[in-house]
Design a protein. Structure first.
Length: 385
C-alpha cells in the first residue's frame, strides 16, 4: 500500500486514531501547494497582533477551497507536482482529513539572499471538546528552483540559514494562538526546518510539542549540532529515511532514524509517495542500503576536504555552473547522478576563469573521493570533462 491507498482507506477521524507518521507525510506534501489568495496568511511579529486576531476570526480555508482554486500552472511545486495535485483531491474526499482548518500561510522567496521558505498550519477541531484539538505546523521542502537548492547547500556552509531562522520565528509566533497540542513536521528541507524550529522554540512552546516528524530531511553541520540540545526533545523526534536515501544522509543528526521501504529505486525514493505502508504505519527496514552509506561518506568527505574559506566559493561556483548548464530545473542536476558531474563540468567551461579556477579543483577532489570508494564511473566523468 502507498500513500494514495492510505488516503482512500483511512476513514477514522483523529479522535479515533491519533495523528501518526503516515498522516504527517501526507500533510508535509500539502505544504507544497501554494495557497496564496486562499489560505489566510500568518501575521508574524508582536506589532501585528491586531492583524493576527483579525485573521484568526476569519473563516479558515479547507482542502476543498484549494482544489476549487486550481487555476495556476504553478500551484503545485516540488519534484512531484502531479502527485501532489492527486493527493489534494484525495484529501478533499477523505473523512479523516477533509475537515482540517488551513491557516497561517507564510512564504518568502528571495533569489539574492538565497531564501526559499514556506509554512502553513492545519488545525483539528474535535467534536469531543477543545482538549482534543491539535495543530500541525508544516514546513515546505525544497522546490525545484536554483534558489531552493542553493539554500540546502548553504546549510552545510554557514548555518543557521535564513529559512531555519524563519522557521523558528514562525513556530514561536503562530503557537501563541494555536491549540495546546502541537505537531511539527516536514519533508526534505522541511524536515530539517521542523526539527530546528522545535529545538530552538521557547520552552513554553517546545513543551507543547507532542511529536516532530522529519521525513528524509538533511542533517546539520557539526558546528550547529554543537549548539542544539536534542535532549530537550528526546523521544519526540520521529525521523524517517528511505533505504536508498540521499537527501536524508546529508550531514548528521543525533535523532534516531527509522528506515522505510520504498517501491522506487535510487533518488526516486525521496518521494514519500513511493514509501510502503502497512496498516497505519510505514514498512520499516533494518538499515539503509550501501548506496546511502556511500553517498553520506562521499559528500561528507568531499565537504570536509574543502577549507572553511574555500567552501562558500565552491558553492557559489557550483551554482553558477548549474544555472549555465541549461538544465530545466535544479533538481534535474542535483538528482542527475554521474551525468550531472559531466554537465556541470561542461557548463563551467563557458564561465569566467575565476569560477573555473575555483570549481574544477573541487570537482577533482570529488572525483578522487569517489574513485577511492570504487565509483570509477563518476571519477571518469570529471576526468573526461
Amino acid at each position: 500500500m502507498d500513500l494514495f491507498d492510505y488516503l482512500v482507506t483511512s476513514l477514522e477521524g483523529f479522535d479515533e486514531r491519533p495523528l501518526g507518521p503516515v498522516d504527517s507525510a501526507a500533510l508535509s506534501q500539502f505544504c507544497m501547494v501554494r495557497g496564496e489568495g486562499v489560505v489566510p496568511p500568518a501575521r508574524l511579529g508582536d506589532a501585528a497582533w491586531r492583524d493576527r486576531l483579525r485573521a484568526w476570526a476569519t473563516r479558515p480555508a479547507r482542502f476543498s477551497d484549494l482544489l476549487r482554486a486550481d487555476r495556476m500552472d504553478d500551484q503545485f511545486c516540488g519534484l512531484a507536482p502531479d502527485d501532489i495535485r492527486r493527493e489534494l483531491a484525495l484529501l478533499v474526499a477523505s473523512p479523516r482529513f477533509r475537515d482540517l482548518e488551513l491557516r497561517d500561510r507564510a512564504s518568502v522567496f528571495d533569489e539574492g539572499a538565497h531564501v526559499q521558505f514556506a509554512a502553513a498550519t492545519l488545525v483539528w477541531r474535535s467534536p469531543r471538546g477543545r482538549e482534543n484539538d491539535f495543530a500541525y505546523v508544516g514546513f515546505r521542502g525544497t522546490d525545484d528552483s536554483v534558489t531552493g537548492w542553493r539554500e540546502n547547500f548553504d546549510m552545510a556552509v554557514d548555518p543557521p540559514v535564513p529559512a531555519q531562522r524563519l522557521a523558528a520565528e514562525y513556530l514561536a509566533d503562530v503557537a501563541r494562538h494555536l491549540p495546546r497540542r502541537l505537531y511539527v513536521g516536514g519533508h526534505s528541507k522541511g524536515g530539517n526546518l521542523a526539527t530546528y524550529a522545535a529545538l530552538v522554540a521557547p520552552p513554553e512552546v517546545r513543551d507543547r510539542i507532542e511529536r516532530v516528524f522529519d521525513h528524509d530531511g538533511p542533517g546539520f553541520k557539526a558546528s550547529l549540532l554543537d549548539e542544539l540540545d536534542f535532549s530537550a526533545l528526546e523521544g519526540r523526534i520521529h525521523r524517517t529515511v528511505p533505504e536508498e536515501s540521499v537527501v536524508g544522509m546529508l550531514m548528521d543528526t543525533p535523532a534516531p532514524t527509522r528506515v522505510v521501504r520504498s517501491s522506487a529505486r535510487g533518488v526516486a525514493q525521496h518521494s514519500v509517495f513511493t514509501w510502503e505502508i502497512e496498516g497505519y504505519d510505514f514498512v520499516y527496514a533494518e538499515r539503509v542500503a550501501p548506496s546511502a552509506t556511500f553517498a553520506h561518506e562521499l559528500l561528507d568527505g568531499w565537504l570536509s576536504s574543502l577549507g572553511e574559506q574555500e567552501t562558500p566559493r565552491v558553492v557559489d561556483a557550483l551554482f553558477r555552473a548549474i544555472e549555465a548548464s541549461g538544465a530545466r530545473s535544479a533538481g534535474e542536476v542535483i538528482f542527475g547522478g554521474a551525468g550531472s558531474i559531466g554537465l556541470i563540468t561542461e557548463a563551467a567551461r563557458n564561465l569566467d576563469q575565476e569560477t573555473r579556477d575555483v570549481l574544477m579543483p573541487a570537482l577533482s577532489k570529488l572525483a578522487a573521493a569517489a574513485a577511492r570508494a570504487g565509483a570509477h564511473g563518476v571519477a571518469g566523468m570529471v576526468r573526461g570533462g
